[in-house]
Design a protein around this ligand. Sequence first.
Ligand code: ADP
Ligand code: MG
Length: 358
Amino acid sequence: MEPPDIERLDERTVQRIAAGEVVERPASVVKELVENSLDAGASRVAVSVESGGTEGIRVRDDGVGIPADQLEAAVAEHATSKIGDIEDLDRGVGTLGFRGEALYTVGAVSRLTVRSRPPNAEAGAEITVEGGEVGEVRPAGCPAGTTVEVDDLFYNTPAREKFLKRTATEFDHVNTVVTSYALANPDVAVSLEHDGRETFATEGNGDFRSAVLAVYGREVAESMIDVEWTPDEANADGAAGDAVDDAPVQRVTGLVSHPETARSTRDYLSTYVNGRYVTASALREATLDAYGGQLAPDRYPFAVLFVEVPAGDVDVNVHPRKLEVRFDEEPAVRDAVETAVEEALLDHGLIRSTAPRG
Ligand code: ADP
Ligand code: MG
């Protein structure tokens, strides 16, 4: 057999392949759009989806907006207002987005409309991208802030469309994403609507427990106990003061539920690293380990845990959807989370103390 020729893929094909890594399903689009709204300093973020997001996604915010003459740049490849160069990245990224590819890739696999008006601009404008084809910037009436609409996701990517699950499953994923941002940002009023029905709406009054109540309801909210851990306690036996600043984990805070307030899915174990929602399995496992034998088989608690580590000790750039992170000191992070949750549960008499580990 003759060896086949090696040829460079055309741009459209490259674009679609790359899109598949960022945009796996409606929930990944929702995640990118909500992150953009938060990065824009929004105090309200309203998400509404149709048919689990497969038919329509709309995210509206009251953030800084995008000036009309920047709309084309916003949907262009590798175009971002958030970092300038690789050094910014190494210093640690303060914004949720930084790759400048979300709007571009979503535009490649859907009909995307971005409509925006900065608060001090008199008129708004919009731009539409259809399957990678960028349209003209047109004037558009709109409130201050940005509205992004995504219709017919994957209409031009049948292979991907086939992998989408039932509407209910896709909506569950969307719900998980919006919930996690609502919980991490109690000062932002976040709402979610599915096929015209409101799923939840937080008040945005800055109170974390009130956000938990809005999202999970009274029964769960009332069963949740505070977690508060700093390396001070861990090193109470006389570590030098500056050891705390260098500690691999600086703080673990949040809420975890009574072991009996559990569900049959891990979806309610929300973990955040330096404010960023992640699905780091190490953090979930550490949380579950803290419950010891107190959970019924195949039952998982509710947890909302914020872990703070030195910015340079965590790499958020390892996963195309930025969900998994890599810790320089994973065992220490695991230990801190397990100890933090364990201490909280012990304090409330929800687990029995076990023989000291190690
Ligand atoms: P990134 O978030 O990585 O910068 P995106 O493709 O998500 O890349 O967005 C590109 C740019 O468009 C952003 O850097 C930002 O300047 C602008 N943008 C996107 N969404 C919004 C929004 N909701 N409000 C204000 N600006 C936005
Ligand atoms: Mg973004």
